[in-house]
Design a protein around this ligand. Structure first.
Ligand code: BES
Ligand code: MN
Ligand code: ZN
Length: 494
């Protein structure tokens, strides 16, 4: 996207943008100096409109006021920020995203942002992220009238006092990070006939080339040769052959090593245990974990942290076919353990098992996986929250912290030892599914069998990878969740 964004020390009243978005702290509007100035210039129309619409600056509320030539900007958009103490990175990101989204909806090409005074220093990054996230639309497959003719192209951030070089850099970094989240969104939104495992590998190659990362891709024969028997089994029923993808960023003097692992089911029909038709199309988003890994790796070379970062993707398509794997089959794995197949729709944990065993061999300080793994996790936590699992309390705190700053919902789930009983098989080392109850937990416990002693966080992103409606920084469709949390986690390791 060709979007230019810059900082300005000018008086926002002089802005001549198509839209001027002003952040409003919740409370009496006539106590806020800037709003009083705007109201004066608009001959009282601002406060009159606010009173009529009962606009008080509550979070997630907006008020559009036409300036009718009384100011150089065409319209002023008041955006509620909620109470002052709640104005943090996440809130500022939503503010900027709301401005950008409204800008596109109103066919504006230039947008001015007037953030609250609090938005200075490193918080500038959130504004850059928010603008890109809010402006995002997936229009690739629209033609003719359906294709938007205008999109916001120029964004000016008005800041009182001279902007520092560090603030400019933070803003630019925010744009880069926002674009990386959109890499993940695009991948999720691509239809499954286009985004096959090989196409996913091609995206990974392109990202690696642009960011000077190392990359290895294994094709179907390579996966067999490497001994990834579970990954191979899941992919064997599709003519879109599986791929195993390993990208790496290795700075010279890094003290820590993190590996991200993503479930990359480009489509999950359920296989022979086929899913019901309603909602099956949503399973194009079953590569949300892989998309997040692509997003993280595309941001990493921009952020250049002093941490070694690996991105691993198990890509496959789960289809019913004469060659498809079946319930009752037993397969070995890269780890060596044998697995009895119970339900071919529980394919994600199989692909991940081999990817986690591979990740473990890199001897990292931390493995983090992301997977649209279980419907059960959505039943537990709803559609907008990741369930995460880790045995390490300190790590859990770091995840909570990273997620809060990212504005992404994460909730820790328990690795209950009694549920492990459900994975005992009569004829193999493990069954790959347990009972219906606690289905997200048994999936996590299955994965745990393949990570060994390495500190590990498992993120079940089945709900938040895909959104039914736009909200905050999120569009409808692919969300790019949990790229921001993962990047914060990397930076906390710096
Ligand atoms: N990809 C699905 C999980 C899913 C469901 C993600 C809905 C997003 C929305 C996964 O492969 C799956 O089918 N899981 C089964 C496991 C079961 C067969 C043990 C499930 O959750 O029903
Ligand atoms: Mn499935
Ligand atoms: Zn799946």
């Amino acid at each position: 996207m060709a979007l230019s964004i810059r900082l300005s020390a000018a008086d926002p009243l002089t802005a001549s943008t198509d839209l001027l978005a002003v952040g409003v702290i919740q409370g009496p509007l006539d106590k806020q100096k800037l709003l009083v100035a705007f109201n004066g210039a608009l001959e009282g129309a601002l406060f009159a409109e606010a009173e009529r619409a009962e606009f008080t600056g509550a979070p997630d509320t907006v008020l559009e006021v036409q300036t009718g030539g009384r100011l150089p900007t065409k319209r002023v958009l008041l955006i509620g920020l909620g109470p002052k103490r709640g104005v943090d990175a996440a809130r500022l990101r939503i503010f900027a995203a709301t401005a950008a989204r409204c800008g596109n909806a109103l066919l504006a090409t230039s947008v001015g942002l007037v953030p609250p005074d609090k938005a200075s220093g490193p918080l500038m990054r959130s504004l850059g992220e928010g603008v890109v996230l809010g402006a995002y639309r997936f229009t690739k497959y629209l033609t003719g009238d359906r294709k938007p003719k205008k999109e916001i192209a120029d964004v000016e951030v008005f800041k009182s006092g001279k902007p520092s070089a560090a603030e400019k850099k933070a803003l630019d970094r925010g744009v880069a990070v926002g674009n990386s989240v959109c890499v993940a969104r695009d991948a999720v939104n691509e239809p499954p006939n286009e985004l096959t495992p090989e196409r996913m590998a091609q995206i990974a190659r392109d990202i690696s080339k642009a960011g000077k990362l190392k990359i290895t891709v294994l094709d179907k024969a390579g996966i067999a040769k490497a001994g990834m028997k579970l990954h191979y089994a899941v992919g064997q029923g599709s003519s879109n052959e599986p791929r195993f993808i390993h990208m790496s960023y290795v700075p010279k003097r890094a003290k820590k090593k993190i590996v991200f692992v993503g479930k990359g089911l480009t489509f999950d029909s359920g296989g022979l245990c086929i899913k019901p038709a309603p909602g099956m199309g949503e399973m194009k988003s079953d590569m949300g974990g892989a998309a997040a890994v692509l997003g993280v790796m595309s941001a990493i070379s921009e952020l250049s942290p002093n941490v070694e970062v690996h991105g691993i993707i198990g890509a496959a398509e789960n289809m019913p076919d004469g060659a498809a794997y079946r319930p009752g089959d037993i397969f070995g794995s890269l780890d060596g353990k044998t697995v009895e197949i119970i339900n071919t729709d529980a394919e994600g944990r199989l692909v991940l098992a081999d990817a986690l065993a591979y990740a473990r061999k890199l001897e990292p300080d931390l493995i983090v996986d992301a997977a649209t793994l279980t419907g059960a996790c959505m039943v537990a936590l709803g559609k907008n929250c990741t369930g995460f699992y880790t045995a390490d309390d300190k790590l859990a705190k770091s995840v909570d912290h990273a997620a809060k700053d990212a504005g992404e919902n994460f909730w820790r789930m328990p690795l209950l030892p009694e549920i492990r009983e459900q994975l005992k098989s009569d004829c193999a080392d493990l069954k790959h599914t347990g009972e219906r109850w606690g289905g997200s937990i048994s999936a996590a416990l299955f994965l745990r069998e393949f990570v060994g002693e390495v500190p590990w966080v498992h993120c079940d992103i089945a709900g938040p990878a895909f959104s039914d409606a736009p909200r905050g920084v999120l569009p409808k469709g692919g969300t790019g969740h949990p790229v921001l949390t993962f990047l914060n986690l990397v930076e906390s390791f710096n």
